[in-house]
Design a protein around this ligand. Structure first.
Ligand SMILES: [Cu+2]
Length: 347
């Protein structure tokens, strides 16, 4: 918590002390925004949403974007409701307590401007999951899984753009390319958080707003993930709803800084995997009724996209965030922090 306050304060200081500097840069900034052939001929790349946000912009007709994002999420310790609980407390009701779970994601995406208003995008990913567990007798073991995640197809439609404000509808579908039937070496099925996909087709409706003026940019977005039907293991992941809002401050024609809040709520699993049916569960990770929760995170980001030189048309960006509020249908592993590193190329 003190780390968040520190980094937030540090960024607020940088943002406010940068004002005089920015006035001197206004000229460059306008050149930059109009620089033909840049990431977006009409959008300054350093005014795009923080790298952890997707589906925030459309491309001009005939233009492509390729992107790679690396995401890391670190979960350590358990939480029930909004309070932390010790491993020993978890072990009073379960044979096994998950203690730590680092998650890595590699995400590849492509975008194409069909018209100036309509952009199509496709995204897929590769996940690397690990979960450390503690047994009642004091011994521990690690579960691992890796492979392709679900893939997403999206249509982004910008229905309003007055040069300062942009509004966009997003419609998409998630395809069940990630496994939901991966097993441990001993042959037993892995718990819900260790599976790579949802096993269902999911609707992905969303709406996105972006604004930009001078050295400032801001935006907000609402998204839902709505699974359709039931997967072949006999369950459906809960609906997920996300709202996020951000502010971006351009420092010069190469760098910008961002702050963001992200709130999300996700329902528990509907149904149960037939091999994880209770009523007694070895581990809380196996209980379909304990998979829901809510989380609000504060994130800080930096973006680098030079207006000229070898890295023209490219953007490299990073974002780091920590929860300021988390409620889990626990006991379940709580989130400590996450970060995203990304690279984008437009052509
Ligand atoms: Cu793009």
């Amino acid at each position: 918590m003190s780390k968040i306050l520190f980094s937030t304060t540090a960024i607020a200081l940088i943002l406010s002390t940068g004002t005089a500097h920015a006035t001197a840069d206004d000229h460059n900034h306008h050149d930059h925004a109009q620089h033909a052939g840049h990431v977006h001929a009409d959008i300054n790349p350093n005014q795009l949403a923080p790298i952890g946000v997707m589906r925030d912009h459309v491309h001009e007709k005939g233009r492509f974007m390729l992107s790679y994002r690396y995401g890391y999420m670190h979960m350590d310790g358990n939480r029930d409701g909004t309070s932390s609980v010790s491993d020993q407390q978890v072990l009073t009701n379960y044979m096994v307590a998950p203690t730590k779970m680092p998650m890595q994601m590699h995400m590849l995406g492509g975008m194409y401007g069909v018209t100036d208003q309509l952009t199509l995008s496709a995204m897929t990913g590769f996940a690397d999951l690990e979960m450390d567990n503690l047994r009642r007798n004091g011994t521990s073991f690690t579960m691992k899984n890796e492979g392709m995640t679900d893939s997403k197809l999206n249509a982004l439609y910008e229905f309003y753009n007055d040069g300062t404000h942009r509004l966009q509808f997003n419609g998409g579908i998630s395809l069940p390319t990630g496994d939901v039937n991966d097993r441990m070496p001993n042959g037993s099925i892995m718990a819900y958080p260790m599976q790579l996909g949802s096993g269902t087709y999911n609707l992905l409706p969303g709406v996105s707003y972006s604004g930009a003026k001078d050295v400032w940019a801001w935006g907000a977005q609402a998204n839902a993930t709505l699974p359709l039907g039931e997967n072949n293991r006999g369950y459906t992941l809960g609906n997920q709803y996300q709202v996020t809002t951000w502010g971006v401050r351009e420092l010069n024609d190469m760098f910008s800084l961002s702050l963001r809040l992200d709130g999300r709520t996700w329902g528990s699993v509907d149904g149960t995997d037939r091999e994880l049916a209770g009523p007694i569960f070895m581990s809380p990770a196996m209980d379909a009724n304990l998979q829901g929760g809510e989380r609000v995170e504060a994130l800080a980001g930096i973006s680098f996209s030079p207006a000229s030189g070898a890295l023209k048309n490219q953007r490299i960006a990073a974002e780091f965030g920590m929860p300021v509020y988390e409620r889990l249908d626990g006991p379940r592993l709580e989130t400590d922090y996450r970060f995203t590193l990304g690279w984008q190329l437009a052509f």
